[in-house]
Design a binder for this molecule. Structure first.
Ligand SMILES: Cc1ncc(COP(=O)(O)O)c(C=O)c1O
Length: 322
């Protein structure tokens, strides 16, 4: 926890058993401060971001994505906001200057965002609370795992006890006196040991991902468009996506998969998922646009430059044949 906090330049970090629990703990802590509040979540996210709000029966509102950065379109939020959960889509830091103007509590879902930098500030140190996932597919992993970071001492103490059955860290360990309702969201020591070793490799992993993204951008720009990385923002490239025409997308994915390239299409937006279909009449054109066009190309810590070049040549070959 100390090393993680140091790495992201936050005051406090709490290890938990996954990124979903990290979000849940943060919301449970907020519910202790305020009895009722509405939570705004982007529809273009992995469903966990909405599920944690849903299971706590908190009022949930969805917000569309930005066409170019694929992150939440905070400029279009015109109402008073209680809590916002912006998501760093694919790792790209959100537009925090606009988010700050909303003057609300910001719980950043940086499940994918470790290593991101926003105008000189590291992801994990900007929002009121930030949550990370250390799932096996993430930039660093502890098998399964998650981390919560904050600079807020009061929230830190509340969350630290929520992850451990409401047991306050300052109490004498033999007393079994629980001061609030919590559950067991603890990270195991084995996970922490693995995560710590991975954390040391983070700079190397991030460099590798930059190199792969550079190859994809240089080689594939005439086939589609990429997530726009605003000036002053560092993308850690948990995901690398390219947008192509919907008609081409599915055929291209099928062909690339048949040639052994593990492409994905990222998430179906939350408002189109069965549990959320009746939530709102609002329309989300940008999220649907992205959902129909994205191809997520292979990017991971063990992918070599040669592998990336091979992905490029298979992409081009498959493109010609569809
Ligand atoms: C945006 C986002 N939020 C939350 C999660 C949940 O993290 P975990 O799988 O560690 O519970 C993920 C995981 O993929 C994610 O991508």
């Amino acid at each position: 926890e100390r090393e993680f906090a140091r790495t992201v330049e936050a005051r406090y970090a709490i290890g938990v058993n996954n990124g979903t629990s990290a979000l849940l703990c943060a919301l449970l802590a907020l519910r202790e401060k305020w009895t009722s509040f509405t939570v705004i979540v982007p529809t273009f996210t992995f469903i966990a971001t909405a599920n944690v709000v849903n299971v706590l029966r908190l009022p949930l509102e969805l917000q569309d994505a930005k066409w170019d950065t694929w992150n939440i379109d905070a400029e279009k939020i015109k109402r008073k906001v209680d809590v916002l959960i912006p998501v760093d889509v694919g790792g790209l830091p959100c537009d925090y200057d606009t988010i700050k103007k909303l003057d609300c509590f910001v719980l950043e879902d940086a499940a994918e965002g470790l290593g991101g930098i926003y105008h000189g500030r590291k992801i994990g140190s900007i929002a009121d609370v930030t949550t990370f996932s250390l799932h096996s597919a993430k930039i660093i992993t502890s098998g399964e795992g998650g981390v919560i970071t904050t600079n807020n001492k009061e929230l830190y103490q509340i969350m630290k006890s929520i992850v451990n059955q409401g047991y306050p860290p300052t109490k004498k360990p033999w007393e079994y006196e629980h001061v609030r309702v919590g559950l067991n969201f603890r990270m195991t020591e084995l996970q922490a040991a693995l995560g710590l070793v991975q954390l040391k490799k983070l700079p190397k992993f991030l460099r590798k991902r930059q190199e792969i993204a550079k190859i994809y951008k240089e080689e594939l720009s005439k086939y589609g468009s990429f997530q726009r990385v605003p000036k002053g923002v560092k993308h850690p490239y948990f995901l690398f996506g390219i947008l192509v025409k919907p008609k081409k997308r599915d055929k291209l994915c099928a062909r690339m998969l048949s040639e052994g390239v593990q492409v994905k299409v990222t998430w179906k937006p939350v408002h189109l998922q069965k549990p959320y279909r009746n939530l709102t009449m609002k329309e989300f054109p940008a999220a649907e646009f992205l959902y129909k066009r994205i191809i997520s190309l292979p990017i991971h810590n063990n992918l070599t430059e040669e592998d990336a070049k091979e992905v490029v040549s298979i992409f081009k070959r498959c493109w010609r044949r569809i």
